[in-house]
Each structure stands twice: as C-alpha cells, then as structure tokens.
Design a protein around this ligand. Structure first.
Ligand SMILES: CC(C)(COP(=O)(O)OP(=O)(O)OC[C@H]1O[C@@H](n2cnc3c(N)ncnc32)[C@H](O)[C@@H]1OP(=O)(O)O)[C@@H](O)C(=O)NCCC(=O)NCCS
Length: 180
C-alpha cells in the first residue's frame, strides 16, 4: 500500500494498514461512536449516524488521507486528516481524527496508524496537522507527543462534558518534506 513506516511492527501485530474504502464506513462509524460514548475523546455528545460519516468520508480528497488498521479482515481502527477550514489559505493544513476500537486500544495500533498517516500526508504535500484533545486523554496526549506534536495552547472550560466544564488542548505538527 501507501508508504509504510514501522513495517516490522505492523507485521508483528498482524496488522495491515491501508487506505480506507467507502465500504469501511459503517465499521468506522461504530468505532467513532465508541469514542463518543466513552466521553474521554471528544466533545461530541451524540453518536453519529452512518449517513453523516459517509458524507464526511466522501468529502475527503487526496490531501485528506484516511487509513484503516485491519486485523484478520476486520477494521480495528482508523486515522484521518480532514480540512482544517474551508479557506483556501488553509488547503494544506489538516485536522487529525484517530480512533481505535475499544478492545484494541493500548496495543500499538494508534502508533502504527499515526506513523503511517504522517508519512502519507508528508508525501502528498500536507504542510501541517492540527488537533484538539481533552487533557484527561492520557493515551492520546502520549501518542501525539511521541510523534512530535507541540502544544499550541489550552482553551479553558471549552465544553460541558460529564457534568463539568472541560479544557481542550490544541496541538500541531509541521511536516517537512523529505528530499529524495
Ligand atoms: C488515543 C488512541 C488513538 C491511542 O491509540 P492506542 O492504539 O491506544 O495507542 P498506542 O497503544 O499506540 O500507545 C500510544 C502511547 O500511549 C500510551 N498509552 C496507551 N494507552 C494508554 C493509557 N490507557 N493510559 C496511558 N498511556 C497509554 C502508550 O504507552 C504509548 O506510549 P509509548 O509508546 O511511549 O509507550 C486510542 O487509545 C483511542 O482510540 N482512544 C479513544 C479515542 C480517542 O481518544 N481518540 C483521540 C481523540 S483526541
């Protein structure tokens, strides 16, 4: 598939990283909704219908890659870059979404996906990846720091979740093109 990093680890985990296809959308929606219902990943409150995620999927072009991790023929996680904004000046700035199925978290799948996504994004000319995370999302923050994201700042009391106001951490990673 697309340029792979950490090939050996992917093989060790028995995991295939590949571009997402439209038929993956129902399973990707299921995985995303687990994250919403867990209340630790996003300020989204309500599960998304497949139709909404299908429209989201279809809105992605080559500069907005979506990769899935597949194990024994089943999708167990995905990572995607979406437009940061509709402004043309932001054409090369992308917003990260990464979600692993509950039973597969903490096993290195997020690292495999993000490593591959960054490589694909760099190859396609993405300039920068940005993201928002909840400060309580230890796994997410560790993952992002490991891949060189820096904290831009913290929105204080930016959303109401689980009966309390929560902060949101904003991070970014500039991608430098590798000259061959
Ligand atoms: C956040 C998420 C994508 C990370 O993917 P993952 O496959 O679980 O992460 P990995 O196993 O690759 O581990 C990444 C790092 O986080 C650490 N980590 C993993 N799970 C952890 C946990 N529960 N608590 C603390 N640290 C954890 C790992 O040790 C690893 O760091 P290391 O390589 O320095 O040891 C995944 O847990 C997930 O989908 N969570 C729910 C959805 C979500 O929060 N998405 C991100 C929204 S901002």
């Amino acid at each position: 598939m697309v340029g792979m990093v950490e090939k050996e680890q992917a093989a060790a985990a028995g995991c295939v990283i590949r571009e997402a296809r439209e038929e993956d959308v129902p399973r990707m929606t299921e995985i995303y909704n687990q994250g919403i219902l867990d209340r630790q990943s996003t300020l989204e409150l309500d599960p998304h219908p497949v139709s909404q995620e299908r429209a989201w999927f279809q809105s992605h072009g080559p500069l907005e890659p979506i990769l899935v991790a597949e194990k024994d023929g089943a999708v167990i996680g995905y990572a995607a870059l979406s437009r940061f904004s509709q402004r043309r000046c932001h054409d090369h700035v992308k917003d990260l979404r990464i979600y692993i199925a509950r039973e597969w978290r903490g096993k290195g799948i997020g690292s495999l996906l993000l490593g591959n996504l960054i490589e694909v994004a760099r190859e396609r000319g993405v300039r920068k990846i940005v993201l928002s995370a909840l400060p309580s999302n230890e796994a997410g923050l560790k993952l992002y720091k490991k891949f060189g994201f820096r904290t831009v700042g913290v929105y204080k009391e930016h959303g109401f979740l689980n009966g309390e106001w929560v902060d949101v951490v904003i991070m970014e990673k500039l991608l430098v093109r590798m000259e061959s």
